[in-house]
Design a protein around this ligand. Structure first.
Ligand SMILES: [Zn+2]
Length: 341
């Protein structure tokens, strides 16, 4: 089922992203040394402690980076280290009341239950580093054309509450921050291919013409109550590689031609994978690789900068899951080399 909301669009006269490099100040402790290779944004603070047996695979974040380095896909010289996101930065999306309560641990039982996490200081810090990482990836993408974080994609978070393992909406914060306040605003396309609908992101930008939200998700999956993205493609359980790819290929080119984004934020969730514990689709490793390669090639070949985040992925086998999440960085590495970036 396809559902479309915003009908387009003015072409942006200030298509800043097309000349990679018109970036404002950096929200990051970046070391200003010469870097080469695909930028990989990572912070040790992407993780926090969880009770034993917790459903959320927290250990995946450092392992994504480790497997990329061990497999010699990247070197540690490619790693950019984000700053923690300030409360001020987060307030471009989230309400002051929510942020104050979340940061200071004034979160009631029911709200904690909805997020899937018991509150801890570590959890707050983790979410803030993760958001800082997505913002940095977006900034670096504007300069270099392509960048990937090793976390991010917490698309179920709403302005005033968290939900479904998502407490701060990093994609929305990055989009708002990079969009800027000057006129004309940068235009941001959010391509959300996580198996779950990006409901928080859709809600946040429903009235914002400078951000276009595109979500391909399994209709029967969480969240039960969907929001309206600018373009939703709801797919049936059990969808396989070929059909899934044909859906993505049917929409991305015309979206780019009509919306003409200055930046794309790509949520490369791996929960459409056939072995995912929460997804209901049947994509293979190869299917995910082809998807990620297609998305990033389509953008980069048109001169549109892309920042990718890893999105959702659920397995008790953390090493296998980390390897699966590293597919997007491997595909991005291929794009980086093919286009001589
Ligand atoms: Zn998901």
């Amino acid at each position: 089922m396809i559902c479309m909301k915003k009908i387009f669009f003015k072409s942006s006269p200030l298509n800043v992203g097309r000349v990679f490099g018109a970036c404002r100040c950096f929200h990051a402790e970046t070391v200003r040394r010469e870097r080469s290779g695909l930028p990989i944004v990572h912070h040790g603070g992407y993780v926090c402690d969880l009770p034993p047996g917790h459903r959320f695979p927290m250990g995946k974040f450092p392992r994504v980076l480790r497997c990329l380095i061990n497999d010699q896909v990247i070197t540690d010289k490619q790693v950019w280290v984000p700053e923690i996101a300030s409360k001020d930065l987060l307030s471009c999306v989230h309400t002051d009341e929510y942020l104050t309560n979340f940061i200071h641990g004034r979160v009631n039982e029911q709200d904690q239950k909805r997020t899937g996490f018991s509150w801890s200081e570590g959890l707050v810090s983790r979410c803030r580093y993760e958001t800082g990482g997505t913002v940095l990836a977006a900034q670096v993408a504007l300069q270099r054309g392509l960048a990937c974080s090793t976390a991010g994609g917490t698309h179920h978070a709403f302005p005033g509450y968290g939900s479904g393992f998502c407490l701060i909406n990093d994609l929305a914060v990055a989009a708002k921050y990079l969009m800027g306040n000057s006129s004309p605003k940068r235009k941001v396309l959010i391509v959300d291919l996580d198996v779950h609908q990006g409901d928080g992101t859709a809600f946040i930008f429903k009235e914002e013409p400078s951000v276009f939200t595109f979500s391909v998700h399994c209709g029967k999956n969480f969240p039960l109550r969907k929001q309206q993205s600018d373009l939703d493609v709801s797919v049936e359980d059990g969808l396989e590689d070929e059909e899934y790819l044909s859906i993505v290929e049917a929409h991305l080119p015309w979206l780019l031609e009509t919306f003409r984004p200055d930046l794309v934020l790509y949520d490369a969730g791996v929960d459409p994978h056939q072995e995912d514990e929460l997804g209901r689709l049947r994509l293979t490793d190869r299917g995910l690789y082809k998807r990620d390669l297609y998305v990033m090639k389509t953008m980069v070949s048109r001169g549109v900068p892309v920042a990718a985040v890893i999105g959702g992925g659920y397995s008790r086998d953390i090493d296998k899951l980390a390897l699966r999440h590293s597919i997007v960085h491997r595909a991005a590495t291929q794009v980086w080399r093919e286009f001589g970036m």
